[in-house]
Write a protein that binds this ligand. Structure first.
Ligand SMILES: Nc1ncnc2c1ncn2[C@@H]1O[C@H](COP(=O)(O)OP(=O)(O)OP(=O)(O)O)[C@@H](O)[C@H]1O
Ligand SMILES: [Mg+2]
Length: 366
């Protein structure tokens, strides 16, 4: 990793759900900070215990300095700085909208708007978009040498790549434009029937739907240009040569196929590909293909049934290791990658600094 990440300012860990993106991001950031870089890692929904281990109890939506003493106790000397944050997508989105609003009034109007509040939490890809928007903001702040971005547990890692375009698409799309044109659908929707409905709704619930809709589309209209510019900036950052994607996968079939697809997509799009991490593998460590039952029995105090169980477990592990090996070879053949970083399945979850240190040792070995 050291060589692959040299001169990189932005490292994005992408991959299928549950393969170890958050773990890898944190361990990568730790390694880069140990080597003297000022690093910020933006994590997304880290496991509670991992967040605690990094001192991330506070949801400030800004990076916090991880106390070097926390790491020193585990044999990691941080020569640079390690900053970590948990992304709050809704808040990031709100902050972005607030920044893009032409004035104080427009800002208050949008943020307080009920329609906006519903939509901002739900716009497809907004979590993905928020993640890169935050990245962009941190990159522009100049406070860090390297940013490591964890990515959301999307069904499909590609959601993440497409997020800026998709969201701009929404803003540029017909649906929105119809509403923004005064003579368009909005005007018709706000015709008589709707007014009656709205009046009843207002009396029953206190919600002034038409007013909310009107304010929403008017205020949003003023933000679209800024938003498109920002999305273009974000897209450019994703393609910058200082940016690289590390594709994380487990040796299971579906994540492997997704990693292959994602690596291909990166290549097609001319995006930088920083390498593959195969996490939670069962290493084929050069042992015999079958356990020697008589030797085992002797070693286990002539307990033949225990020896048989051990032999069976060994055979199962061996099968898993062979399956993983075949998956990794398939992955390499399909992506053209010669040297993926393989991290073994560790005993127990990785939810503390010791776990990260173990992952780090594999990432930065050699
Ligand atoms: N090498 C490993 N050995 C054992 N457990 C691991 C290893 N790597 C990760 N884990 C555990 O697997 C789980 C998933 O890891 P992690 O949260 O990093 O994945 P993720 O890709 O970020 O998931 P999501 O897509 O849900 O965000 C966690 O409980 C983590 O502690
Ligand atoms: Mg995660």
């Amino acid at each position: 990793m050291r060589a692959r990440l040299q001169d990189k300012r932005v490292v994005i860990c992408a991959g299928s759900g549950g393969v170890g993106k958050t773990t890898t991001s944190a361990a990568l950031a730790m390694g880069l900070a140990a080597e003297g870089k000022r690093v910020a890692v933006v994590t997304i929904d880290p496991a509670r215990r991992l967040a605690n281990a990094l001192g991330l109890e506070d949801l400030g939506n800004e990076p916090h300095l991880v106390d070097p003493a926390r790491l020193a106790g585990h044999g990691i000397e941080v020569r640079g700085e390690l900053w970590a944050m948990m992304l709050d997508p809704k808040r990031t989105f709100d902050e972005l909208i607030a920044r893009l609003a032409p004035d104080e009034r427009a800002r208050e109007e949008v943020l307080a708007n009920r329609i906006y509040q519903q939509i901002s939490g739900a716009v497809a890809g907004s979590q993905e978009f928020s993640a890169v928007a935050k990245l962009y903001e941190l990159d522009r702040s100049g406070r860090f040498d390297v940013l490591v971005l964890d990515t959301p547990p999307s069904r499909n890692a590609l959601d993440f790549l497409d997020a800026p375009e998709r969201l701009t698409g929404f803003f540029e799309g017909r649906a929105l434009r119809v509403f923004l044109v005064p003579t368009g659908l909005a005007a018709r929707v706000m015709g008589r029937g709707t007014s009656v409905f709205s009046a009843v709704l207002k009396r029953l619930t206190g919600v002034d739907l038409l007013e909310d809709l009107g304010v929403f589309f008017r205020a949003l209209g003023g933000l679209i240009e800024g938003f498109k510019e920002r999305a273009a900036g974000v897209t450019a950052l994703l393609r910058d040569e200082g940016t690289t994607f590390v594709v994380v996968t487990s040796p299971e079939r579906d994540p492997i196929e997704e990693a292959i697809f994602f690596a291909g997509k990166l290549r097609d799009a001319g995006m930088p590909f920083g390498g593959l991490v195969v996490n939670r593998a069962h290493p084929l460590d050069g042992g015999p293909s079958e356990a020697d039952l008589s030797a085992l029995t002797a070693a286990l105090g002539d307990d033949a049934s225990l020896a048989a169980k051990v032999a069976r477990t060994y055979a199962e592990e061996r099968t898993l290791a062979e399956r993983d090996q075949a998956a990794i070879e398939h992955l390499c053949a399909q992506t053209g990658e010669r040297d993926p970083i393989v991290i073994p399945q560790l005993d127990g979850d990785v939810h503390d600094i010791d776990g990260l240190v173990a992952i780090h040792a594999h990432l930065f070995a050699g």
